[in-house]
Design a protein around this ligand. Structure first.
Ligand code: GDP
Ligand code: GDP
Length: 470
């Protein structure tokens, strides 16, 4: 379990330079078209022996209207919300500007942890900026040079305690295993949510908007669907070039539920953005998936489960997102019953990894089925967030072991001792056992399928890790 760092700061502070240094390869797109580099990128960073996820945010601008800057600021807020720690980068040579002050305030209010870094500090020209930076009230600034690689040891020292805290959390989740084969701890009192009560469990006052991505082939009907949900043609008001490369988001209220919908291709097509930007955008579906909690894979009923659909659905699963499959243009289907049977058969055959994910038929054009889609999204999100108490898990595990004991490779029976849920979003479980490396795939699958059924967790990826007794 590693942590996520968001690099924030105003344009030109050196965020991308730092991102590239931490990620170690040139992931950034280089383009002279304005706006093209203003996006959110994610990479796996290495700093000494630390590994973590790093997000390079958009340039922060102080605009509060719906202009490009305003929207990019919102995207940045999103990145801040995804991060465990923010690295606020200043241009020490330029000193502290009013924009820096504005965002220092935003970070103080919004970010759980902030590390302040004065960049471009490779010479004496940075000294005045460093002194000003203290006044931001974000603690002592680190002195770094992203371009020259200076100050990386200080950054390492600042991140190490955070990394340790996350490692400790992970270790606690996989506590030392008891001696007996099955250990049943006291019920820890944590209650599973009643699935039927998913909607009641949603608390708009405290919850953030539910993050949804609508993905699918061109012409599947993504724009039509989103416009139908919005109830007006707001999406068609031309998004700016550059920003359309990214999964850009709209916050909406879907019959009382706050949701943030990420969309890409449909908007881009409508905005008629130049070819050049279009070609850089192959991965935007992927980006929408990364930022989403629930991914709606929208299929065209006439041509369902094409290669592209399968790929994006598989990606959503691998990224650990809750998935809802929606089949659009249902209004033009004649033999709906036969078609539905065919779809279900194809779904099971082509996407076994998404077993149990809801399949909803809709017509974006007429609006039919959208209530069911909304309910499926809410339920998928609830399941994705589900936590099962350790006591219930272990009661369940002992039943599973009795029904079908684990194998005995080379005559040595694998002992499953204890199980706990280590994480949610998506649900992840750890089983403490002897010889974890010898556990056959088929037995893991038996347990995963059993978890799905036993705790009613359809349509969400379930991660199961076997761990030996260290
Ligand atoms: P971003 O807009 O915050 O992502 O900034 P960039 O990473 O694109 O950097 C903006 C400019 O500052 C580029 O010309 C970089 O070469 C330059 N720059 C970045 N880091 C440093 C540094 O440590 N020292 C100096 N002198 N220039 C830097
Ligand atoms: P996108 O590329 O996925 O955003 O697809 P669009 O929303 O632009 O839709 C592509 C085409 O399919 C348009 O001609 C829409 O009018 C049509 N379309 C979208 N949804 C439906 C639907 O539910 N039924 C029918 N019959 N046509 C639809």
């Amino acid at each position: 379990m590693s942590f996520t760092l968001a690099i924030v700061g105003r344009p030109n502070a050196g965020k991308s330079t730092l991102f590239n240094r931490l990620v170690g390869k040139k992931l950034a797109l280089v383009d002279d078209q304005p706006g093209v580099t203003r996006d959110l990128r994610e990479g796996e960073a290495r700093l000494g022996d630390l590994t973590f996820t790093v997000i390079d945010t958009a340039g922060l601008e102080e605009a509060t209207d719906e202009s490009l800057q305003g929207r990019m600021r919102k995207l940045t807020e999103r990145a801040v919300d995804m991060a465990d720690v923010c690295l606020f980068v200043l241009d020490a040579r330029a000193g502290v500007t009013p924009t820096d002050e504005f965002f220092a305030e935003l970070l103080r209010k919004r970010a759980p942890r902030v590390i302040l870094a004065c960049n471009k500090a490779e010479g004496a020209a940075a000294d005045a900026g460093l002194i000003e930076a203290y006044a931001l009230g974000l603690g002592e600034p680190l002195r770094i040079s992203a371009e020259h690689g200076e100050g990386m040891a200080d950054l390492y020292a600042a991140l190490m305690p955070i990394s340790d805290a996350f490692a400790a959390k992970a270790a606690a989740a996989a506590e030392t295993a008891p001696e007996t084969d099955i250990f049943l701890p006291e019920d820890d009192g944590s209650e599973e949510l009643d699935l039927g009560a998913a909607e009641e469990a949603w608390r708009p006052s405290t919850a953030r908007p539910l993050q949804v991505a609508v993905v699918g082939r061109p012409n599947a009907g993504k724009s039509t669907l989103i416009n139908r949900i919005l109830g007006e043609d707001r999406l068609l008001t031309g998004p700016e070039a550059g920003i359309t490369r990214d999964a850009i988001s709209l916050q909406i209220d879907w019959d009382g539920l706050p949701m943030r919908i990420f969309d890409t291709a449909g908007m881009r097509k409508k905005a008629k953005v130049q070819d050049k930007v279009e070609k850089l955008s192959v991965s935007d579906g992927l980006r929408a998936v990364k930022f989403a909690e629930v991914v709606v894979v929208l299929l065209d009923a006439a041509i369902p489960f094409e290669q592209q659909d399968l790929r994006i659905a598989d990606l959503a699963e691998r990224e650990g997102r809750a998935v809802v499959v929606a089949v659009n243009k249902w209004d033009i289907e004649d033999d709906k019953q036969q078609k539905l049977r065919d779809l279900k058969e194809a779904f099971e055959r082509l996407l076994p990894q998404l077993r149990g994910a809801p399949l909803v038929t809709v017509s974006a054009k007429t609006g039919r089925g959208l209530d069911r889609l909304r309910a499926a999204v809410i339920k998928a999100h609830e399941v994705w967030n589900r936590r099962v108490s350790t006591a219930r898990l272990n009661r369940w595990l002992s039943g599973m072991l009795e029904a079908h004991p684990p194998p005995a490779p080379q005559g040595k029976r694998i002992k499953l001792r204890y199980m706990t849920q280590a994480k949610t979003r998506p649900p992840g479980f750890v089983v403490m056992c002897s010889h974890p490396d010898k556990m056959p795939e088929s037995y893991s699958r038996y347990l995963v399928n059993g978890l799905r059924e036993g705790f009613d967790m359809p349509g969400t990826p379930i991660r199961l890790h076997m761990r030996g007794q260290g």
